[in-house]
Design a protein around this ligand. Structure first.
Ligand code: ACO
Length: 343
């Protein structure tokens, strides 16, 4: 599908009056659906508890042999088609992920090869669930400095492969998926990224981590026996930080850009827990009708949630040219970040 938002004002590279805009989006989730009823067979939980405490009803999980780059490839192809961009024109690929195909080479390099994007530089960004926001903000810099003009930004996660399916405190929350965006320069003053904001608090790292598999605790029989290659989370502690930081990030973005909350068409938050999303909206006094939620279908796909949600919101006709949109996320690190843009 050709982008309905094509503009005549697309310069070769950015000058001083130029901004970065999202020229196309796409997403991909695995076919396999895991419902709350399915989870009841694995751990001591119930559909009622999961829906009430998280808003999640089902999530997608990959099949054996499927990895992050497989989902990323499908999402990327859709975003390229949506933006009328050839793989050979991509200058840079940035992949936000913590569940890449392997530690190295980076999943962005694997993706570069699969796409045939031979000209593109490639790097991964590890910022937990804020991965797509960090990657998009990085792409913005390369566009605005005039360094690149076609950047593929991906958020992908295959959390099912690092999920402890015996831990009811985490396994009900997670899902697999990928989303992609093509970012380009524009001289259209009424379009593109207006502000972005990133933050981190490394002192809270242990609250959400995968302890083994790196240089601190390399893989060993012991690390496997102790189940250290699975995601560990202190859910309660993260909940509070998530609400506070996401609300503050949105407020600071709007203040920086001198934009009023009532002028924002849609907030697209990280989909970690419906109660977190509702608490953020309440703190901001922002109506839930203008907060996009698809957590019931895909649960928490970490780096992929905001870009999957953006693509779905577009497909649902909720985003029109000129609309002000806020993307906001938090995740492992801990990290957080937001982007304010005019579509
Ligand atoms: N089914 C049934 N009971 C459960 C389940 C479950 N799946 N999980 C926990 N419980 C129980 C607990 O054992 C506890 O029982 P107890 O009172 O007998 O001890 C009770 O439910 C309440 O547990 P809490 O942890 O207080 O439940 P809470 O309402 O805080 O919800 C949750 C837990 C959903 C994890 C919430 O804290 C949360 O969403 N936190 C943030 C998670 C998050 O956003 N993580 C970051 C992203 S993840 C990533 O980066 C990949």
């Amino acid at each position: 599908m050709a982008s309905p938002h094509k503009t005549a004002a697309e310069p070769e590279t950015c000058g001083p009056r130029c901004s970065a805009y999202i020229a196309g989006t796409g997403f991909e989730v695995p076919d396999k659906v895991l419902t709350n009823a399915d989870l009841q067979k694995l751990v001591d939980t119930s559909d009622e508890w999961i829906v009430e405490r998280t808003g999640m009803k089902e999530r997608r999980v990959v099949s054996d042999g499927q990895a992050a780059s497989d989902l990323a490839l499908a999402a990327a192809r859709k975003a390229l088609a949506d933006s009328d961009t050839q793989a050979s024109d991509i200058d840079l690929i940035i992949v936000g992920t913590v569940t890449g195909d392997m530690l190295f080479p980076s999943t962005s390099c694997v993706l570069q090869n699969k796409l045939g994007a031979a000209r593109a530089a490639a790097m991964d960004v590890g910022a937990g669930c804020s991965g797509f926001i960090y990657a998009l903000s990085t792409a913005r810099q390369f566009i605005e400095t005039g360094t690149y003009r076609n950047i593929l930004v991906v958020g992908v996660e295959v959390l099912s492969k690092i999920t402890d399916w015996t831990d009811r405190g985490t396994c009900v929350l997670l899902g697999d998926g990928a989303g992609a965006a093509v970012v380009k320069p524009t001289t259209d003053r009424n379009r593109g990224i207006i502000a972005s904001l990133l933050g981190a608090d490394g002192s809270r790292g242990p609250d959400l981590c995968m302890p083994a598999g790196g240089s601190r605790i390399p893989a060993s029989v012991d690390s496997v026996v102790q189940r250290l290659h699975f995601l560990k989370m202190n859910g309660n502690a993260i909940f509070k930080v998530a609400v506070r930081n996401m609300a503050q990030t949105v407020s600071r973005l709007l203040n920086t850009a001198r934009v009023r909350a009532e002028d924002v068409k849609l907030i697209i938050p990280h989909q970690a827990n419906l109660r977190i999303i509702e608490a953020v909206a309440k703190l901001l006094r922002f109506p839930m009708e203008r907060v996009f939620v698809n957590i019931q279908k895909y649960a928490n796909t970490s780096s992929a949630t905001t870009i999957i949600a953006l693509d779905e919101a577009r497909a649902a006709g909720l985003i029109r040219a000129g609309d002000l949109i806020v993307l906001v996320a938090f995740g492992a690190g801990l990290t957080w970040g937001g982007v304010l843009l005019r579509w």
